[in-house]
Design a protein around this ligand. Structure first.
Ligand code: ZN
Length: 149
């Protein structure tokens, strides 16, 4: 795996397609540094999760607070115009997120969701360490609701 691809064009193109966004890169770099190996945008699972760890049967979604409606988050604020359009669009995203997460969980995989705002410098280390613990099997902390039992 080439994790330090310095190809600028690729980076720019990726951003346009909405993949390889910065928050996701933070998570990927951390996991890789901790020895985790993963697949990206795995097509065999519903919703093509951002990061898939087959060895642990775990998937990680990195959600943007706006596009995925992070409730009570200061990053989630609907635009003042075209309110109805945005409401519908984002409601559709949220519905799809939920459906995909449930399907993946039904297939026996662990679903971990990280919000963009949790990756701010202040909380980043703590959140990432909890994610690593979750992937390895502990069901404390974020995503606990998707753990069995
Ligand atoms: Zn947020």
């Amino acid at each position: 795996m080439d994790r330090f691809s310095p190809d600028k064009r690729h980076e720019v193109m990726s951003r346009i397609r909405g993949k390889d966004t910065k928050p996701e890169m933070i998570v990927r770099r951390f996991l890789f540094s901790q020895g985790f190996r993963f697949r990206l945008h795995y097509r065999k699972l519903p919703g093509h999760p951002d990061i898939v760890l087959p060895k642990y049967r775990a998937v990680v979604f990195v959600h943007g607070c706006f596009w995925h409606r992070h409730e009570n988050c200061r990053h989630f604020r609907l635009p003042q115009s075209n309110v109805e359009y945005w409401e519908n669009k984002i409601a559709g995203n949220v519905e799809r997120d939920l459906r995909d997460a449930n399907r993946i969980a039904d297939m026996g995989w662990k679903v971990i969701v990280i919000w963009e705002c949790e990756l701010e410098r202040k909380t980043r280390d703590e959140v990432l360490n909890r994610v690593a613990t979750l992937i390895k099997g502990s069901c404390e902390g974020i995503g606990a609701e998707s753990c069995p039992g």
